[in-house]
Design a protein around this ligand. Sequence first.
Ligand code: AMP
Ligand code: ZN
Length: 565
Amino acid sequence: MKAIAAELAYFFRGQARKNIKLLTLYCSFLAGLVIMYAWLFRVLMWELEGREYSFITGIYWTITAMSTLGYGDITFSSDPGFLFSAIVTLSGVVFMLILLPFGMISLFLAPWIEQRLRYRATLELPEDTAGHVLIFGFDSVTRALSRNLQNRHIPFVIVSPSHDQAVRLEEEGFRVVFGTPTDAKSLRGARVENARHIIANLSDPENTNLCLTAHAMCTTPIATLVSEPDNRDLLRLAGADQAIPLKRILGHYLASRATTRGAQAHIIDSFGALQIAEIPVQATPFSGQSLSDAKIRQSTGLAVIGLWERGHFTTPHADTHLSPKALMVLAGTREQLQALEQITGEEEAEDRILILGHGRIGCAAAGFLEQRAVPFILIDREANVDCLDHVAVIGDATSSKVLNDSGIESAKGLIVTTNDDSTNIFLTLASRHINPDIRIVARANQEENVDQLYAAGADFVVSNASVGANILSNILEGKESIFLTEGINVFRRSLPPTLVGKSINDSRIRPLSGCSIVALERADGQPPLVVPPPETILEQGMGLILIGNPEQEKTFSRTFRDRRH
Ligand code: AMP
Ligand code: ZN
């Protein structure tokens, strides 16, 4: 019954509704024509043949004539009568037998069939589907992940419990299975046992249920996001291979970029012995010098592979000025990073950070600062009932009184982390106006607001979506590509065979793809060559560690047709 109602409902929506109006108009015209012919029939029968018929007989005769049935029980016997009969039959053929069915098919049947074909959500993937990533829960994080996967040509399928969402996503060109994530039948339909990985991005209880169901059916690895870090163990017990406390990671990440105390290098990730780390220039003694004068390589062995300033990443040259506002990205071994910390370590700058927003992310940022004994003030509109560790100033951060009373003028750093991007943009702009020197780290809830936050004066912007997506991509790719920051990736590729024996200069990797070589991994287990000079010869079996934006990464893959391992 429901199904019939749903089908009927189609005819009362959008274009179908307009077409119904057209059809009603046409039927009224036909009815008018029949009435007119019935009246003419009576008049002609009386005038030509002297016979009298009722109006109902007239209607009956007209319809049998127009529909070409012509029983022959009532007929004219004069020429004008035959002519009239012929006209009625002919107009019946045109208006009733040609135009009416044509209109019905083109205005109703064809669009309806098309709609049925188009809007039928997939319940089952073909049986031989394999090697796909299954995504449960489609939000800004998994949307960004789907872009990463598309760039890397990794097939993925989204499982959606909502018919409308499934249809919408299918229209956008995604492969979708419509089904309940925790239902074994849906999972079988999504060919879970052949999938390469499962990404669970639902609520913690739903993720737990999904992990239990999937784990009982197959050995496909499961990566799940966790809202409440305490639930990580439960999710692992339920069968998750990775449980990622995204909000906590984001909080720590924001906080690590906001503090200028000490010169602790923040390690982003590592490729074997090679570590990639970032450090604020301001917290080092090199602030204000040129790269060649700073002699970082000579004193520590570390290579500066990039500089970030207000959303712009540059590959430095010898005469690049190390601006105190920038963040240095370094490559080297753990020992070399420690050597840097020795040079810079002791001087602890006076630091005080303001955190606007004491939700899960703000709370995690506060926890990070607390551990490093960096003083901070939290501000939130409401008390965080889940947090027993921190006392926040209760007030709307967009009020200038609240901001001023919290000491924005003298604070060294600011973490803007409310759940509303317009508020974050407003707060960034207002704070930059009050304190031009403050280090502002802002959270973008939607990727499209990253640029506005930079324009409003943020020093660093971290988007939930891209951090989440990059963490998940790393897991899927076994950490080939690491998350550096918005729009820049460090990634590993094996040396394309066509480049064996060429020098770095002759390989034309940078001019052709825009990517730079951060390091060369050597086959014989020797330490990696960090930022090798251009004359270095690329040898068989070497691994390339490259840096570039996602576009450049794609160009590299296309140009050198690399194999991933
Ligand atoms: P979460 O998304 O869990 O990190 O939470 C964001 C936090 O930002 C919530 O605790 C909100 O109460 C807080 N928030 C949102 N708007 C404002 C505002 N104008 N002033 C202060 N706090 C805010
Ligand atoms: Zn807290």
